[in-house]
Design a protein around this ligand. Structure first.
Ligand SMILES: Nc1ncnc2c1ncn2[C@@H]1O[C@H](COP(=O)(O)OP(=O)(O)OP(=O)(O)O)[C@@H](O)[C@H]1O
Length: 313
């Protein structure tokens, strides 16, 4: 839970630093169908550091899938910039795109059918990308590939179902095998789209913990998108998208008090973009009945936002 209701603006971090493994700046994606334009992303800024694990949350239609489709190289933004593991996603050639999708990023999707081949066992599903990738060819010896498959299944704690096909596994086991498949090629970035969308609460926690374990063990930069706001209880950084832009961030850390007891502290921040825009949380807007115009005042240590009551006078 959020300990405090005070939401401080953080400048710069979400905007992305040059060293970030995922860096989106002013990302815009406009869809035009039947003469109607939808702005799915409206100048989104996001930076994810190397080896960081970040959850992006947002309501339906907020732009999560659009963002992930761009980061996975399946869609191209209308404007802005997106650089992932040194690859500029706006300028990459078709050949770069194939290489990017095969070796730079790994994906886990919500639907098992998109992650795993139904007629292969867990071990065969994990072995497949190794056999078709260059890394696998270099690794050469079959024994080394087998060792890699065993290592990944062990890391994801699914060794016991190695010889089972997807329909003989639970939903949580299927998603953990899917993470092993995504990690097989040794990607620098792991992208997960609603990886817990079809799972019950307990199994969702199990899959989130598996993603965290993989992130910690391998240092793969991990970004997952979900509509489930409770994900912030399991990851150190949660970024909220509202109307195609990042609006708030929840940062979670462990504090140890003088008696050695551990306490989880979560703080929510408003995101300030490069040109000074921030979105006020809707509950703040409603509480003070803020509409159209507000009054701003610069105090020595803060900026005040007050309702404009001019018309009431
Ligand atoms: N191919 C498309 N053509 C037209 N509009 C689209 C297309 N893809 C997405 N949109 C629109 O863009 C907006 C953002 O969609 P997106 O799928 O990214 O949201 P989301 O946050 O992933 O939602 P959900 O959780 O429901 O999947 C929505 O208004 C959606 O209708």
């Amino acid at each position: 839970m959020i300990d405090t209701d005070e939401r401080a603006g953080v400048a710069g971090r979400t905007e992305g630093r040059d060293a970030d493994e995922i860096r989106c700046r002013g990302l815009v994606r406009i869809f035009a169908t039947d003469g109607i334009e939808v702005q799915a992303l409206q100048g989104l800024d996001l930076g994810v550091g190397r080896s960081e694990l970040v959850a992006v949350v947002g309501a339906s239609g907020s732009g999560k899938s659009t963002l992930l489709n761009i980061l996975s190289g399946m869609d191209t933004p209308t404007a802005g910039s997106a650089v992932v593991a040194g690859t500029d996603l706006l300028t990459m050639s078709p050949r770069d795109r194939v290489r990017y999708q095969r070796s730079t990023v790994g994906f886990v999707w919500q639907q098992t059918s998109r992650n795993l081949l139904p007629y292969l066992t867990a071990a065969e599903n994990v072995r497949l990308p190794l056999e078709i990738s260059r890394a696998g060819a270099r690794a050469g010896a079959r024994a080394r590939r087998d060792a890699r498959v065993a290592e990944l299944l062990d890391l994801l704690e699914v060794s016991a179902v190695a010889e089972r096909r997807p329909d003989q596994m639970s939903g949580g086991q299927q998603q953990r095998v899917a993470i092993a498949v995504a990690m097989a090629g040794g990607p620098r970035v792991l992208l997960a789209d609603e990886p817990t969308g079809e799972l019950d609460e307990a199994t969702s926690v199990e899959v989130l913990e598996a993603l965290r374990a993989v992130n910690e063990a391998t240092g793969v930069t991990t970004l997952l998108v979900t509509h489930d706001p409770t994900v912030s209880e399991h990851v150190a950084r949660t970024v909220q998208i509202r109307d195609g832009r990042t609006s708030t961030e929840v940062l979670r850390r462990v504090e140890v008090d003088s008696d050695g007891a551990q306490r989880h502290v979560a703080e929510e921040f408003a995101v300030l973009d490069r040109v000074g825009r921030l979105q006020l949380p809707s509950d703040f807007v409603e509480a003070l009945d803020l509409r159209e115009r507000v009054r701003l005042a610069l105090e020595p240590d803060r900026v005040e936002v007050r309702p404009d009551r001019t018309e009431e006078r």
